[in-house]
Design a protein around this ligand. Sequence first.
Ligand code: NAP
Length: 253
Amino acid sequence: MGRLDGRTALVTGGSRGIGAATVLRLAGEGADVAINYASSQDAAESVAEQVRAMGRKAAIYQADVADAGACAAMCEAALGELGRIDLLVNNAGIGSAAINRPTIAEATDDQWNLLLGANLFGPINLCRLLVPQMREAERSDVIVISSVAAQNLAPGFGVYSVSKAAVEAMAHTLAREEKRHGMRVNIIAPGLVDTDMGRKIVSAMGGGDIRSRDASAPFGFVCTPEDIAATVAHLCADDGRYITNQRITISGD
Ligand code: NAP
């Protein structure tokens, strides 16, 4: 018996990093999983194969989460193939390093649109498409992967911080609106995590290899994607049935 037997999840950005670890953890706990990706088809397929090897169903769906039409096509296909979705993990995101950390005064429309598109409108698109059918489940969950940046508000991270603060406001509101339908909505705010994005943050700040941060990190190691995935599973399992509208920081601080 797995803690998530009978559940069906959609994980955005499930091809790499935190999303891939989350897909594998949810499947390991018994869930079938729809795996979204932007361009890494081979990586997404490899994650799906690992899910199938656990005896769970998996399918991969290419869609830019910022594109409402692509999200609609993905959700229609996933619902057709997997039957229903009662667990949505809004994980896909683009970091500050992708736009070279402009100040608020210097950030361009394109830079704002790129990060707000993926980090804010992506979750909005998926919630609009999936929440109505998720209400039919006795238990459903929405997890938003935010960042400590939503509160740290460091110079150069403004576009990213705004996108994460805004998506947190969306999640808190959604939690209140959907509680009467049995939906739990929670936010996870990681600090530095050892993924491609985490490595780019460290390298852009002149820090070299991310593992060189282990010695100065809390508990002697940089957070892993599996540390985040474990909390996603806990929140969505029966163990987390009384937890909603919370923001859980996973930074070791
Ligand atoms: P990552 O290693 O860069 O992986 C990003 C994932 O998101 C990939 O699967 C990528 O798909 C997908 N993706 C990116 N843009 C997308 C789009 N427009 N549409 C669909 N999929 C898209 O990132 P990560 O570190 O795992 O980050 C996951 C989440 O955690 C993000 O929301 C990020 O902001 C947050 N976070 C990360 C850290 C950190 O230190 N790593 C810290 C705090 C918060 P492809 O593989 O197809 O490109």
